[in-house]
Design a protein around this ligand. Structure first.
Ligand code: SF4
Length: 84
């Protein structure tokens, strides 16, 4: 189980942006990325890794690397200001 400390960076997939090209799964040698059989999009296992190479190969910028704290702040901002 990954360390759940709020300030640790981790890698996420925004499935709204994923086009299921599988590039992230192909380049990831940590086996963190997988194609979700339920919805068909890429996703990540629980992790505390900054998988920069996968983010670089993603054609739609669906992969982002943030701490849980940053993720929550971004989500709050988006909910409070849906135009940004
Ligand atoms: S590289 Fe990006 S678009 Fe391709 S499967 Fe992974 S997250 Fe989805």
């Amino acid at each position: 189980m990954a360390d759940r400390t709020l300030k640790n960076k981790r890698t996420y997939v925004n499935t709204d942006l994923c086009i299921a090209c599988v590039s992230c799964v192909a380049i990831d040698d940590t086996d963190t990325f997988f194609m979700d059989e339920d919805d068909g999009w890429a996703n990540t296992k629980d992790n505390n890794l900054a998988l920069e190479e996968a983010a670089m190969v993603c054609p739609t910028q669906a992969i982002f690397i943030k701490s849980l704290e940053e993720f929550k702040q971004q989500k709050e901002r988006a909910e409070n200001d849906p135009d940004n």
